[in-house]
Design a protein around this ligand. Structure first.
Ligand code: GLU
Length: 484
């Protein structure tokens, strides 16, 4: 690449950061890092009715959490600011004036109702709806008259005849017929620029060399290219990547479940796992390795691979990666990350001995797909949560189980087994008394001491719970199930 690339991520703060948009940000960031370029974040906040500060804050927080760091943008001034579109209105107005003066743009006085009526008329004739140019050739006098009625105009770009062609870096040669475009609004009647206009001015002034975005913006590109031409700007290169799809191959949306970065953070997915997953999705790096460091992902990144075909979001795979990343953490560090999730599950961590909590985390850490599952796994360690579930009661009611539970009770009550060898000693006794091994031995023991049919390894449970607690639980199970 001859010149130093400059790319941008341009979110509209009208909602939480969707994983699809996070992936766009990631591609831009990886591209910049791979080629030693600059990565700009620009906030597209011109839709005043739908823009909220909390969303901007959330997007910024999510990007930082993922480790996607920008060189210029909010809270990081550079020489091409301001980086909020709403602070750039004067700039857009300058270019609007230029386009009006050169007769590339005209005022349009049509009301919403008039436009709607035109749209419906076209649809009923089975013609693709577009603006048919009603205000294109108004005389000065007609304009004055409409203004005297109190109408303030929007400004429309005069779409010329012909075709717009460009070479998409991911999708190859693209060709659009201007016939179907229709004169489009570049500044609304309230003086706020439309997306297609503001984006062209900003990308030009911010010296953006590559526009990398989702294919949902592909149909905007010809409009933007027409503006580049009219303004005499050199256009950037464009790359439209595929979108993330749900399992049914439709665009990933809320009805598929978790879709925003904060949804995944709240569930306790690690940022490095999500970043790794989003890079992997759509085959954006080569090789068969799936767990890669950020440096490897940057090194391997290529736009061509960044997804031509739709990428299906697979939560199972993300969870698998998350498990792999959980393994990288020491138990004390992992425990600290888990504390908010443990609190959410209803425990007060200030009252729990940290060393004891470490041993609990140690016992269940390999089971966790996401941190929010912690509540399901740790309750067996807390007496106040002990109760015999229906499944466990079923097992305990089996004829063979009664003998196991009785021997377990007797072994725990006897002085025979020491605390530090409890599991082996108790199980040996129960096995030799009942003659059972394997499932017939383990299932009733598990059911009696945890009240559940699944959970952490029994040896860990014995070590953490200790003789006294185990005995108390076995007595409770006996009372619950056998009534004595
Ligand atoms: N604000 C637009 C969006 O959030 C940006 C599109 C673009 O990258 O040009 O979709």
């Amino acid at each position: 690449m001859s010149e130093k690339p400059r790319v941008r991520f341009a979110p509209s703060p009208t909602g939480n950061l969707h994983v699809g948009n996070a992936r766009t940000a990631l591609f831009n960031w990886l591209f910049a890092r791979h080629y030693g370029g600059d990565f700009v974040v620009r906030i597209e906040d011109t839709d005043r009715a739908r823009t909220f500060e909390k969303f901007e804050k959330g997007i910024i927080e999510d990007l930082r959490w993922l480790g996607i760091v920008w060189d210029e943008g909010p809270e990081k001034d550079g020489e091409f600011g301001p980086y909020h579109q709403f602070e750039r209105i004067d700039i857009y107005n300058r270019y609007l004036k230029e386009l009006v003066d050169e007769d590339n743009v005209y005022p349009c006085y049509c009301t919403e109702d008039e436009l709607e009526a035109e749209r419906n008329a076209l649809l009923s004739r089975k013609v693709m709806p577009r603006y048919m140019g009603k205000c294109r050739n108004l005389t000065d006098e007609e304009r004055r008259r409409l203004e005297s009625e109190g109408r303030s105009p929007a400004f429309r770009f005069k779409v010329p005849e012909g075709v717009v062609e460009f070479n998409d870096l991911i999708r190859g040669p693209m060709k659009f017929d201007c016939d179907v475009i229709g004169d489009f609004i570049i500044v609304r009647s309230n003086g706020i620029p439309a997306y297609n206009f503001a984006v062209v001015i900003d990308d030009h002034l911010m010296k953006i060399t590559h526009v990398i975005r989702g294919e949902d913006h592909l149909s905007n590109t010809p409009l933007q290219l027409l503006l580049y031409k009219a303004l005499g700007f050199e256009p950037p290169l464009f790359a439209h990547h595929s979108l993330i799809l749900g399992k049914d191959r439709s665009k990933l949306s809320k009805r598929h479940g978790a879709v925003s970065v904060s949804d995944f953070r709240d569930r306790g997915v690690l940022p490095e796992a999500l970043l790794n997953y989003l890079s992997l999705l759509g085959g954006s790096f080569a090789g068969t390795r799936e767990i890669c460091s950020v440096d490897e992902i940057i090194e391997e990144f290529s736009l061509e691979r960044a997804g031509r075909s739709g990428a299906i979001f697979d939560e199972g795979k993300l969870e698998w990666l998350n498990k792999a990343y959980i393994r990288n953490y020491s138990t004390p560090k992992l425990t600290e990350l888990l504390v908010p999730f443990i609190e959410d599950a209803g425990y007060n961590c200030d009252t729990i001995d940290r060393k004891w909590l470490h041993s609990v985390v140690e016992a269940i850490r390999d089971n966790l797909g996401t941190f929010s599952e912690i509540g399901d796994y740790i309750d067996v360690f807390f007496d106040e949560r002990y109760e015999v579930s229906g499944d466990a009661a079923q097992i305990l009611k089996e004829e063979y189980a009664g003998a196991v539970v009785k021997s377990l009770h007797d072994a725990l009550i006897s002085e025979e087994c020491a605390e530090d060898d409890l599991y082996r000693c108790v199980m040996d006794i129960v096995s030799s008394k009942t003659g059972f091994k394997g499932k017939k031995l383990f299932m009733p023991v598990r059911a009696a001491i945890t009240g559940k049919t699944w959970g952490p390894e029994l040896d860990r449970l014995f070590a953490i719970l200790g003789k006294e607690t185990l005995l108390k639980r076995v007595k409770q199970a006996i009372a619950t199930v056998y009534g004595s």
